[in-house]
Design a protein around this ligand. Structure first.
Ligand code: ADP
Ligand code: MG
Length: 757
């Protein structure tokens, strides 16, 4: 009948229990959050997980976080929302950080609690209202003064958040701030490592290649994961040129290597933004579509950045990185490109040094080749000169005798044979003369200022018949540029050019193109004439020998003397040959000649140039017929020559000319005879054992200055006018003798004697 009840108020305990439970739950969530955030390498899934816990913990409908982009505070880099539609998430992604609830929190950097979104006039209503959200709390994520984003919770029914709710929310947000920071640092470190790896790979490649193409290729490959480029153009200033070489590299489809394309050189307008960047030190972003040299580089409508390449503060070029439309450069991209430019500059500098070295080496090798060739030709020349001298004496005897017999004998048959002998001897003498032409060290003719262009025109004109007469058509081209005058002998220079043109024509038996050009090489300070053909060309072996006397690939047709004579002539003109030839393609032979120094031109007016050739030095082209009865005076002549054949033939010729002759075999014998007797004229050989011709001439002149002295020498021997006069020589009697010419010289000597006495 009685109930004993104990009533105990457990409200407080329940509340306490509830609070405890909640605390527990809270702690476990925070714990989970803390654990999650240590997995820094996947910030995305951490964020998703934390948002889910937050929804559960606070009993809200949705939660999300937007993390700002490090490089661009106008954008969000990470956007993670849970408990909402995909449309809403898309909306949040497109959002800029000044809009809506987020914008408010970011702008104030303070917690924002919005009980009724629709009624709050501080925020624009959009996505949140559409999604049916009524209340929201937004909290900036701040770690060490840095605001890295905003975290928001939403409810679909109006809710007034308690102090506890807010406290918990703040705790989670704080944890998250640390996580985001860590992830950001980790990401940065990781990208830094990737970038360093790429750079080190590029540097390694640079170290092992001196080829610009290869370096650029590697840069293009390694940049793919680092910069979302569409195309990169590399412009490198060309040495000694005012334009740039251009290489392009396009992003290749995944799995393929990008390929470097070499483009036409490009000239940069002085007002081009590229030109400006070239002299700057930093990478400069260009507004989309404004590349300046746009078209040539195939600029896309997207943004681009110019990165100067400089070594030792000297601009070497630049590269232009073009992004696809809609992409953009981050600050660290530009910094990395600047780094890359530094490495490229080093490699380019190395490549240039290497190029210069190689050029120097080639130059050295050329110089050595030239030296070897000139030594070889020098000794060949000495040998040839010796042979020519002896051979000349032999020919003198044959020719003299033959010509004498022609005068004495009447028999037609014999005369015919004599003419053949005479012709053969004359041909032989011609060859000897050409050998001497090659071997001579000095020109026996005075040099005068020569204008090359008229000379070239004249020779080309003269060779025209030969070119027209060719079996196959030869196209002709003459290209004469401004060229300074040279000191030289016009007839010798004509001979060189004629030889070159004939050889060029010989090289084109099936026709082709012959070009003769003149010009001036400012680097070498040389006037030049070149003859180019599209003929058979030469092998390196042939090319090495073309200046050797008697070297010919033309068999019976060739004498092999054209180039050697030309070599001698050019040598005496202090010039040089440059030969370029490719088998089957053609040959270009250029003759470089030193121009007259301007000082010389000023000092000596042209009218008084030393161009006077002495009459006896003129060649007699067509022999005059031997006069049947000579009208000239008879003379008493002393002939001194150590070569008995020469001495006798000369004596006989003179006697045939009705002169009285006394002959001597040595200089001293001659002098003795001269002292004892009386002579009108003395003819002496030059090179004799014992007393030389020079000494004989001087001796005669000291005894009787009025007696003309003639020197017997081989054709073309190098004798200097001043030297001749100095030794008292008045005449030259060229060997081998031509009957008529010798007698003419005697007449001349007699006239001279009359003048002298
Ligand atoms: P030749 O013409 O009598 O053979 P050269 O001294 O003029 O003698 O030339 C020597 C050789 O050099 C020629 O036989 C030929 O092999 C070579 N040569 C010279 N010029 C040319 C040329 N333009 N193209 C090809 N070979 C050439
Ligand atoms: Mg020739």
């Amino acid at each position: 009948p009685a109930v004993l009840g104990i009533l105990q108020d457990i409200t407080a305990r329940k509340a306490y229990e509830k609070a405890l439970l909640r605390k527990n739950h809270e702690l476990s969530v925070l714990n989970a959050v803390a654990e999650a955030i240590t997995q820094v390498n996947d910030l995305g899934s951490v964020l998703d997980g934390v948002m889910e816990r937050l929804i559960e913990l606070l009993g809200v409908d949705a939660a999300g976080v937007s993390i700002l982009d490090d490089d661009d505070p106008q954008r969000f880099a990470w956007v993670h929302y849970r408990g909402c539609s995909e449309t809403f998430i898309q909306n949040m992604r497109a959002r800029i950080p000044t809009e809506g609830v987020l914008g408010l929190a970011l702008a104030t950097r303070e917690l924002q609690v919005i009980d009724e979104i629709e009624l709050d006039d501080r925020i624009s209503k959009g996505a949140a209202v559409q999604e049916g959200f009524r209340s929201a709390v937004a909290l900036p994520v701040i770690n060490q003064e840095r605001c890295s984003g905003v975290i928001t919770i939403f409810t679909r029914t109006p809710r007034t958040f308690t102090v506890d709710d807010i406290r918990l929310f703040q705790a989670v947000a704080h944890q998250l701030a640390v996580a985001v920071d860590n992830a950001r640092l980790y990401g940065k470190a990781q990208e830094g490592v990737r970038r360093l790896e790429a750079l080190s790979e590029i540097t390694r490649a640079i170290g092992s290649t001196l080829d610009v193409e290869g370096v650029f290729q590697i840069a293009g490959e390694r940049l793919v994961p680092l910069v979302s480029y569409q195309r990169i153009a590399m412009l490198i200033a060309r040495q000694d040129e005012w334009d740039f070489s251009v290489r392009l590299i396009d992003r290749a489809p995944p799995g393929e290597a990008p390929r470097v394309q070499l483009m036409k050189p490009l000239h940069l307008a002085p007002d081009s933004p590229l030109q400006e960047a070239l002299h700057g030190h930093r990478a400069v972003p260009l507004p989309p579509g404004d590349v300046g040299a746009g078209e040539a580089l195939g600029a896309s409508p997207g943004p681009a950045a110019v990165v100067p390449i400089q070594a030792d503060h000297t601009p070497m070029g630049l590269f232009l990185v073009m992004l696809p439309e809609g992409a953009r450069f981050r600050k660290r991209d530009l910094v990395m490109l600047e780094d890359l430019a530094t490495h490229l500059a080093i490699s380019l500098k190395n490549a240039r040094i290497f190029e210069d070295l190689e050029a120097a080496y080639l130059e050295l090798r050329d110089a050595k080749d030239r030296l070897v060739r000139s030594e070889k030709l020098q000794s060949l020349g000495e040998m040839a000169a010796g042979v020519a001298h002896d051979f000349n004496n032999v020919l003198s005897a044959i020719l003299g005798r033959a010509q004498m017999l022609k005068v004495i004998l009447q028999d037609d048959e014999v005369l015919k044979s004599l003419r053949v002998i005479e012709k053969a001897a004359l041909d032989g003498a011609g060859t000897v003369r050409r050998i001497q032409e090659f071997a001579k060290a000095k020109s026996d003719r005075a040099f005068i200022p020569v204008a090359l262009n008229p000379l070239v025109r004249e020779v080309v004109e003269r060779c025209a018949t030969r070119a027209d007469g060719a079996q196959a058509p030869v196209e002709r081209e003459v290209e004469l540029q401004d060229v300074p005058r040279v000191m030289g002998n016009p007839s010798e220079l004509r001979e060189v050019l004629t030889n070159l043109i004939f050889n060029a024509l010989d090289a084109m038996p099936h026709g082709g193109r012959l070009a003769v050009r003149t010009g001036y090489d400012p680097m070498k300070d040389r006037a030049w004439v070149e003859v180019e053909d599209t003929g058979i060309g030469m092998t390196p072996e042939v090319e090495n020998k073309i200046f050797d006397p008697f070297f010919s690939t033309k068999g019976e047709q060739g004498t092999g003397l054209g180039m050697s004579v030309s070599y001698g002539i050019v040598q005496r003109h202090k010039g040089e040959f440059v030969v370029r030839s490719a088998r089957g393609k053609g040959t270009t032979i250029r003759v470089l000649l030193p121009p007259i120094p301007t000082s010389l031109l000023e000092a000596r007016p042209l009218g008084t140039a030393p161009g006077v050739e002495l009459p006896w030095m003129l060649e007699v082209k067509t022999p005059a017929p031997f006069p049947a009865a000579r009208l000239g005076k008879s003379a008493r002549i002393l002939v001194i020559d150590d070569d008995v054949a020469v001495r006798e033939v000369l004596a006989d010729i003179l006697r045939a000319g009705a002169h009285e002759v006394v002959a001597a075999g040595t200089g001293s014998e001659g002098i003795a005879l001269f002292e004892a007797g009386s002579f009108d004229v003395v003819f002496t050989d030059l090179g004799m054992p014992g007393m030389s011709g020079w000494e004989v001439a001087r001796g005669i002149k000291t005894m009787r200055p009025g007696t003309p002295v003639g020197l017997i020498t081989g054709w073309g021997a190098s004798l200097d006018e001043a030297e001749l006069a100095n030794h008292g020589v008045d005449l030259i009697i060229p060997k081998p003798f031509r009957f008529d010419r010798v007698l003419e010289l005697v007449d001349e000597a007699i006239r001279l004697k009359e003048r002298l006495s």
